[in-house]
Write a protein that binds this ligand. Structure first.
Ligand SMILES: Cc1cc2nc3c(=O)[nH]c(=O)nc-3n(C[C@H](O)[C@H](O)[C@H](O)COP(=O)(O)OP(=O)(O)OC[C@H]3O[C@@H](n4cnc5c(N)ncnc54)[C@H](O)[C@@H]3O)c2cc1C
Length: 378
């Protein structure tokens, strides 16, 4: 176990806020990670597994707990049971975008639209990362993880992780505890071998983001390059030269509301259908069963609405900041709260609460933060 001198989390998170934890460990191998976690959990201390710090909003006060930095690396290529596909088993601390670059270089498709998402591979299933219609749930086979409750290492198939829109059973959503307290050790993806030949793109969302017609054929490398350029224009890649870069990506989730509530919002507010999670189950008592099974009533589907639109249309333009505050909305993207240089968590939180208040009073929707909050309240 490598215990290191704790450093402020402001230096290890992309939003650049956060006090110093009481203890800090670095794990460079999966064995070290397992041993460290078992030891930390035995103390009963508060703890945090830290990847790239790109989905965290950490308070200014010292964190009275232990931070375990996941620094494991490595990609293992394996055959897939399906012809024309390949499996990659990747260590949790591996940089996500380096994995995407590797896959694209090998002519493997399935994650190229997620080029440029900061952070580590192990954190990617935690909120089911996604961009332009691609999500990790589409290629994830399984993860190896260690559960806090048992201290055991187990392999968990993707369909047991509760992966949904920016969520999983592992995610620490604001105001609730994760259904499963565990740390991912490795991730196995199943990708298509497409080589370097151009091919048409199936996803409408990706095509429209990249300005492609349905019959335009492009290579995976072309998709990666153009996704990176598109993301850079919105300040959605880490770039030390860009003053909008210090953020946690989208600070608020696109709210999911009922269809009837969505009808009360202005027509101009972008919205997308959300399929109901479960098929309805009809129970017909045997005593009244007459051989006829009624068609289930279609459950009303929820609607996801654009948080960026709600923010901008409640009067908060891109680049908005309070006078003298070092926190501001990104000048390129209304959903990203940025640290303009030396902002405290208190300054970011003040801006976040103001945005929540504006949107709530204009549209009756309370925006929920997307990053994991540590030692800070909104
Ligand atoms: C500029 C920018 C753009 C972004 N764009 C996108 C985007 O397009 N799509 C998207 O989905 N997200 C996006 N994000 C959010 C973020 O990059 C992802 O959520 C990413 O997966 C977080 O990885 P991380 O290693 O930085 O996690 P961290 O911030 O270190 O941790 C986030 C949470 O995951 C937990 N965690 C970390 N590692 C593990 C592990 N091995 N096992 C279990 N739990 C773990 C942490 O404890 C914490 O609760 C963006 C962020 C930024 C800053």
């Amino acid at each position: 176990m490598a215990e290191v001198t704790p450093v402020p989390l402001a230096g290890l998170t992309t939003l650049r806020t956060g006090g110093t934890p009481a203890r800090m460990y670095e794990a460079h191998t999966a064995d070290e990670l397992v041993a460290t976690l078992r030891e930390v959990w035995a103390t009963g201390d508060e703890w945090l597994a830290l990847g790239g710090g790109s989905n965290l909003f950490v308070g200014d006060e010292p964190f009275d707990g232990t931070v375990v930095r996941v620094l494991t690396r490595g990609i293992e290529r394996m055959p897939s049971p399906t012809a024309g596909r390949v499996r990659l088993k990747v260590q949790a601390g591996h940089d996500w975008d380096e994995l995407v670059a590797y896959a694209v270089g090998e002519g493997l498709a399935g994650i190229e639209a997620m080029s440029g998402i900061p952070g580590t591979v192990g954190a990617a299933p935690v909120q089911n990362v996604g961009a332009y219609g691609q999500e990790i749930v589409q290629t994830l086979v399984e993860v190896e993880l260690i559960d806090e409750s048992t201290g055991e290492v187990v392999t968990v198939p993707a369909d047991e992780l509760g992966l949904g829109f920016r969520t999983s059973v592992l995610k620490h959503h604001y105001g609730s505890v994760p259904a499963r307290r565990a740390v991912i050790l490795s991730v196995t993806l199943d990708l298509a071998e497409v080589g370097t030949e151009p091919r048409t793109i199936a996803g409408e969302q990706l095509r429209s983001a990249l300005g492609l017609a349905p019959d335009d054929a492009v290579t995976v490398a072309w998709v990666r390059d153009h996704v990176l350029t598109t993301r850079a224009r919105k300040g959605m890649v880490l770039d030390p030269a860009d003053p909008d870069t210090s953020s946690a990506g989208s600070f608020f989730q696109n709210p999911v509301v009922s269809a009837s509530f969505a009808r009360s919002l202005p027509d101009a507010c972008p919205r997308w259908p959300v399929a109901p999670d479960l098929d309805p189950v009809i129970v017909i008592p045997l005593a009244v069963y007459d051989g006829h099974v009624p068609t289930p009533a279609a459950p009303a589907s929820d609607v996801k609405v654009s948080a960026a639109w709600l923010i901008e249309n409640s009067g908060l333009r891109k680049g908005f900041a309070f006078p003298r505050s070092r926190a501001g909305l990104s000048t390129k993207h209304a959903l990203a709260l940025t640290n303009r240089g030396g902002a405290t968590a208190a300054e970011i939180a003040e801006l976040a609460r103001f945005i929540q208040g504006r949107v709530q009073s204009e549209y009756g929707v309370i925006l929920q933060p997307e990053p994991v909050l540590l030692n800070v309240e909104l």
